[in-house]
Design a binder for this molecule. Structure first.
Ligand code: FRU
Length: 610
């Protein structure tokens, strides 16, 4: 995403309301909530309460209003909220609990460049009419598309996974988070903890914006040797701070990620480059240095440090290699064995807005790393994609995962339409976790993404079937009480079919059509009739990938959740991740063949339940 384009956040409004300035107070002067209109898109809200939250009404189609929170005449926080003008889509909570017994003031200010400017008064804006104080904020799910076994934030906007680190039996997942709305903005690090990558405990915001800027993507490490001096075993987060420029900062936690303290001498790394972000840090034992890979414009830069505070530039990689249609983002660099050999290779992940089906996708490079420089084995003009769907971005892996595992997770959306998907309490989820490995074929080395074994625990009872398909074969009612979360496991043998097809569908006629095209050697997934597709012109799409030649048997696992289908071919040799928004779960499947027959050696549907 190009974060410097404000238009991304601001909807186009055709009308411009500038009403007369009338100073209005909602309630008597001693009321716990007092609103004073200051005219032309400005207002002052004064709160004097022991209640925990000020609930702000949001309308996703409204422009951002800058809110400055003031206590004892000092600004303690500022953030943007799309305050409701015409109607309330949902509320967001502002936590007042730190200021109990004090007067808290909020200055609201509409952007003077916005085409829409209204008087922020109870007379003419829903936000001033409906704003309220409360002891609780209800996070009960009210979204039919909320996934059941994919991670999604309780409320608010989420993009990239950040700071993924494993320590003392816990997987930490931090993420780009807007707690004040379900569109991108106000970047904080949200936080969740899991023992099994599937059940997540939602934690409070871990790292919030400060005077150096909002908190963009980054990573976290465990400082086993106390190199930084914050204590042996401290979790240290390394992240970008975004304001007019981008700089790198660190924060540490000595209570296993429950709370973070920002380093007083932040930032630890600056540059003249404009796009300078998303640090991924790991320990390189041979040189006893921390290595940071940073996305800088359209390349990756590598830095090293003895202590996470002092960084030295080592090298850069990227010019002439892979896809370059946009800035590079969210790097990762790690070593993996190549299956069936004694060889190990380094893998460099790189997300960018120039994927095979438009905008967001993750490419990767295979090569070597000597502690200073990454050298790529790929032919420069070859681009390798990690996933062949449209909704797999910002893919990064866990530091210190047990058993030498390399576990990745991606943000399951695409910048083309992420802000428009038909949910409102939250936007958007992550992909399922995937265990990465390397395999060699036809002289090349490729990344394999297999669903993490923890997902097997979700499987409920199932029935195995096998049959031949010559024409059409329909299996109705895939699982009893289908709530939209299931896995399909298929093993297919071709018997001269040109097309091996299967269509997931529901009684509303919505469908996801998948095909192996045996002539063209392709696997495809078509979501053009999958349900709600018209919220953005870039959403309807058929995605496809090349498949390996002449396999006797093709294996496929399909992970279906309430708003996604993820396909994994042959143990993850190809992966395809696409969001879908059906009005009811796909409950039937129609197998079809063209030009010949095929055999479904095994067809198993597992209900998935946490
Ligand atoms: C990728 C990205 C990162 C940035 C973050 C901001 O999706 O643009 O480069 O740090 O999102 O939210």
């Amino acid at each position: 995403m190009n974060v410097f384009l404000p238009v991304k956040q601001l909807q186009t409004f055709l009308i411009c309301f500038i009403l007369m300035t009338i100073s209005v107070s909602t309630r008597a002067a001693d009321s716990p909530l007092l609103i004073k209109n200051l005219g032309e898109g400005h207002c002052l809200v004064r709160v004097n309460t022991s209640q925990n939250y000020l609930l702000l009404p949001v309308e996703d189609a409204s422009p951002d209003v800058r809110i400055s929170m003031i206590v004892n005449n000092k600004e303690v926080k500022n953030f943007d909220v799309r305050l409701a003008i015409h109607k309330v889509d949902y509320f967001v909570p502002v936590d007042l609990s730190d200021f109990s017994g004090k007067t808290v003031s909020f200055k609201f200010k509409m952007n003077s460049n916005d085409p829409i400017r209204v008087n922020l008064s109870p007379d003419n804006t829903a936000c001033c009419k409906e704003m309220k104080l409360s002891d609780t904020f209800d996070t009960t799910n009210r979204e039919k598309f909320r996934p059941t076994y994919h991670f999604s934030p309780l409320y608010g906007w989420m993009n990239d996974p950040n700071g993924m680190v494993y320590k003392d039996g816990e997987y930490h997942l931090f993420y780009q988070y807007n707690p004040y709305g379900s569109k991108w903005g106000n970047m904080n690090w949200g936080h969740a903890i899991s023992k099994d990558l599937v059940n997540w405990e939602h934690r409070p915001v871990a790292i919030a914006p400060d005077a150096l800027g909002t908190i963009f993507s980054g990573s976290a490490v465990v400082d086993h040797n106390n190199t930084a001096g914050f204590g042996a075993g401290a979790i240290i987060a390394i992240y970008t701070q975004n304001s007019d420029r981008q700089v790198q900062s660190i924060a540490y936690s000595t209570d296993n990620g429950r709370t973070f303290t920002k380093y007083e001498n932040n930032p630890v790394l600056v540059s003249e480059a404009r796009d300078f972000r998303d640090p991924k840090v790991f320990w390189y034992e041979a040189t006893k240095r921390w290595i940071m890979v940073l996305a800088v414009g359209q390349e990756m830069q590598i830095f090293s440090s003895p202590n996470l505070k002092d960084w030295a530039f080592e090298s850069s990689f990227g010019e002439g290699y892979g896809a370059h249609g946009n800035v590079w983002e969210c790097p990762d660099l790690f070593e993996l064995p190549v299956e069936g050999t004694n060889e190990k290779k380094w893998v460099l992940l790189c997300s960018l807005g120039d994927g095979p089906f438009g905008d967001s996708a993750t490419q990767y490079f295979i090569g070597s790393f000597d502690g200073k420089k990454f050298s790529c084995d790929n032919q420069p003009n070859v681009t390798k994609w990690m996933d062949w769907g449209k909704d797999h971005y910002a893919t990064v892996t866990w530091s210190d995962a047990p058993d030498n595992r390399r576990i990745a997770i991606a943000w399951m959306s695409n910048w083309q339409y992420a802000n428009d998907v038909p949910t409102s309490q939250y936007r958007s989820p992550n992909s399922i976790p995937r265990d990465l490995s390397l395999f060699a074929i036809d002289g090349g080395i490729y990344l394999q993404s297999a669903p993490s074994p923890e997902l097997l625990k979700l499987r409920g009872v199932s029935k195995k079937r096998s049959f031949k398909v010559n024409g059409t074969r329909i299996v109705k009612d895939l699982i009893p009480n289908n709530e939209g979360a299931y896995e399909i496991e298929l093993s297919l043998k071709n018997q001269q079919a040109e097309i091996i097809g299967f269509r997931l569908y529901n009684d509303k006629g919505e469908e996801v059509d998948m095909q192996y095209d045996m002539k063209e050697k392709k696997f495809s997934m078509d979501r053009r009739k999958s349900g709600e597709v018209n919220f953005n012109e870039n959403f309807p799409m058929l995605t496809w990938t090349a498949i390996e030649e002449d396999k006797d048997e093709m294996k496929l696992r399909l992970f279906v959740d309430r708003s996604s289908v993820e396909a994994f071919g042959d143990g993850g040799r190809f992966a395809m991740t696409n969001q879908v928004f059906p009005s009811e779960p796909y409950n039937h499947i129609s197998f079809y063949s063209k030009g010949g027959a095929y055999k479904v050696d095994s067809f198993v549907v597992y209900k998935l339940k946490k």
